[in-house]
Design a protein around this ligand. Structure first.
Ligand SMILES: *Cc1c(COP(=O)(O)O)cnc(C)c1O
Length: 304
């Protein structure tokens, strides 16, 4: 079974926001499960339930070599009693990086495909080939975003969170943001910080809202200028910020998603974006598993 821990929200104290009459809190979704952590827990929850209902014994999904989604799916599948297969983009490199080593240790079968093949991940013919090779499975798309994932991420904000005026979250595929938009109250503003480079994300979110029939009650604001060079990219400024935040609050942030989102929020505070009296909630969506691999790859020592 995939059993969640209770989620704490911590109040952060610092003159940067207190002097402006703002309250800043962080909801620790990263602590919901030791391995299936953060927003991925919510995205997987109903997918695994559905796989059970459909009588499937195996789940299959896609991801890159450092993917939080691969890591979490491997763990969640194991806890829920499924076999799992991960279709990994690129060639196998040994020794396995910490993400893939963990996925494998959780029992995930890793199958590597080249980038051209990987791009066919949503094509029926490719899925059929995978079925011939691996037998029947329940398919979870790359990044885990589908209608059942959004049903799960709609549960991230709870009754207590109605007290907040602003909700801040990182965006990858947008499945988390769509669920948050689905549960937004009319007095709330949702700020989504894209971790990918490009203004395409505005259309992507608009399409997602339409596709899943979501009409947000509050305001949704997508920010596309805190990507730090693009997905998986970083700058010295971002790394320094993550270290500073850890020193101040003893809360680790990952360089792919949460580091960019918290940086962006604090930058907006500095620019006096938020009205006096605003109660801002940061969503710590997890991703801490990726720090070990990041440190190893770039020779850094980010706190984890
Ligand atoms: C996957 C992930 C996201 C992005 O979630 P989407 O639903 O794909 O937008 C944000 N934060 C962390 C830590 C993640 O692992």
């Amino acid at each position: 079974m995939l059993i969640p821990n209770s989620i704490a929200t911590e109040n952060l104290k610092h003159p940067l926001w207190e002097n402006q009459g703002l309250q800043l809190s962080i909801k620790r979704l990263d602590q919901i499960h030791p391995k299936a952590s953060g927003n991925k827990f919510f995205k997987l929850k109903y997918n695994l339930k559905h796989a059970q209902i459909e009588g499937k014994s195996t789940v299959l999904t896609f991801g890159g070599a450092y993917s939080n989604h691969i890591y979490s799916t491997a763990a969640a599948a194991k806890y829920a009693g499924f076999k799992s297969i991960g279709i990994i983009r690129g060639e196998e490199t040994l020794p396995l990086n910490p993400t893939l080593a963990s996925a494998k240790a959780q029992g995930m079968v890793l199958h590597y495909v080249d980038r051209t093949t990987y791009r066919q991940k949503t094509e029926v013919a490719f899925i059929e080939t995978l079925k011939k090779q691996f037998g029947d499975f329940y398919l979870i798309p790359e990044g885990g975003t589908n209608a059942l994932a959004i049903k799960g991420t709609t549960e991230i904000l709870t009754t207590e969170d109605k007290a907040y005026t602003h909700i801040c979250s990182a965006i990858g595929t947008g499945g988390t943001l769509l669920g948050l938009a689905n549960s937004l109250e009319n007095h709330q503003e949702l700020l989504g910080f894209s971790s990918l480079k490009g203004s395409f994300i505005h259309q992507e979110i608009a399409d997602g809202l339409q596709k899943f029939g979501i009409i947000p009650q509050g305001k949704v604001n997508i920010l596309d200028n805190y990507h730090f060079g693009g997905y998986g990219k970083h700058t010295q400024d971002l790394l320094d910020f993550i270290r500073w935040f850890y020193k101040e609050f003893q809360i680790p942030l990952d360089p792919v998603y949460t580091g960019k989102m918290v940086y962006g929020t604090l930058n907006l505070i500095k620019k006096q974006y938020f009205p006096k009296g605003a109660k801002i909630l940061l969503l710590h969506t997890g991703g801490l598993q990726g720090i070990a691999g990041f440190n190893q790859r770039f020779g850094f020592a980010l706190p984890l």
